[in-house]
Every structure is written in C-alpha cells, then in structure tokens.
Ligand binder design. Structure first.
Ligand code: URA
Length: 209
C-alpha cells in the first residue's frame, strides 16, 4: 500500500491525522502502538521535523514529549519562539524498536520506512504552509533534502526548500537532533545545546514569529 493513496485532496491536518492513523504503508505499524502524527500550531511559520517517535511518544501518541522532546522545547523557547509558535512532526510516524527483554530499544528507520512515510510529512508541510522547515538530524535531512546534505557540514544555513510539500518560497534549515545532544559526553553537552539554540535563533530571526 502506498501512503499517498490514503491522503485526501486538500486535506487539513485533522483529516490527515485521521487518515494516517490507519496507515500500513510499511511494516513499522505492526509492533508500534500507534501512528504519531504531528502537533502544534496549524498555521506555524516554522515546522520542525524529527526522525521518528520514541518510546514515550509511541505510548502517548504525541511527538517530542519524551526526553529529547523536552530538550527541544527548551531550546525552541530559548531561541526566542513564543509559546505555541511552531508545529512539530517526524519523518517517520511509527516507532521502530528492537525488544531486549522488556526494554524497547530505538532503531534508526531504514530508507524504505522514510520513503513509505514521505507522503505524510509532505502533506503536513503542504497543509501548514510554513515559511521554514527545520530538519532535526540525518533522517529528516534524508527525507526532505536528500543525501547530498550533511548536518555537520550544512547546519545553521538557510536554504531553498524544494522537498515534499514545498512552495516556491519555502526555505529549510538543518541542525542537530536533540537526541544527539543527550548522547554527548557530559563535557560536550552544554556546547551541543548552545549550538542548537544558535541554529534555531537563525530561524527566529528569519521569520516574524
Ligand atoms: N525523537 C524524534 O525524532 N521525534 C520524537 O517525536 C521524539 C524523539
């Protein structure tokens, strides 16, 4: 099944979320608890895209509410976004994990999962019509910008966005994923967080939020 066949024409976010709840376009829907669709301001000027829901998000059905999400929310506020200004979503809408005993260990989604889910993130971008799409980490970069961009090399720079759901004036910025900051050694984490805030502040400056 191709996810694009589930997407109603001109759908708003409510209709898209309802349609995505039944998506079986890749095998991840089986073990996951539910589809985790995007959330936030439906008219946001800035739309942030992560990788996939984590363990907490999978259970709650809301993106970026676990440890990485809390760090992201703090960074978004510190960069100068007013409360409720942004929309957040993921490149892949089901949690991919491996069971080790009772623990569900995150696994990076494969290219086929990114590909299968691409119509949903494209439809969200088309519905929200953001001025800037922020790609958080390599999976979002692959899903939306393609393989020629690298977070390490290209982060923090505003560029034209021509990926799924783009309008001619849409721009993109890529930066580190908040989970990568949580995984940094203690002595690097503060700088990693400051660098994320700095990249997000570039976005705040570029739009009137
Ligand atoms: N990491 C992500 O990429 N997305 C979430 O929703 C949570 C953690």
């Amino acid at each position: 099944m191709d996810a694009s066949t589930l997407i109603p024409a001109q759908a708003d976010l409510t209709a898209l979320k309802a349609a995505a709840s039944g998506c079986t376009a890749c095998e991840l829907h089986g073990p996951a608890t539910q589809t985790v669709f995007g959330s936030g301001n439906p008219q946001a000027k800035v739309l942030l895209v992560g990788e996939q829901p984590g363990d907490v998000e999978d259970q709650k059905g809301i993106p970026f509410v676990g440890p990485a999400g809390k760090l992201l929310q703090r960074a978004v506020a510190e960069a100068g976004f007013p409360p409720g200004a942004v929309y957040v979503t993921n490149a892949v809408k089901h949690f991919r994990f491996e069971l080790r005993g009772k623990r569900r260990i995150h696994q990076t989604p494969l290219p086929e999962h990114i590909q299968a889910c691409n119509p949903w993130v494209g439809a969200e971008i088309a519905a929200v019509r953001p001025e800037i799409v922020v790609c958080l980490g390599a999976t979002a970069v692959k899903a939306l910008l393609g393989s020629k961009y690298r977070v390490t090399k290209d982060r923090g720079e505003l560029m034209r966005y021509a990926g799924p759901g783009a309008r001619p004036e849409t721009r993109a910025l890529l930066t580190i994923h908040p989970s990568a900051i949580l995984r940094m050694p203690d002595d690097a984490r503060e700088q990693g967080y400051a660098d994320l805030v700095r990249d997000l502040a570039v976005v705040v400056q570029a739009v009137s939020v």
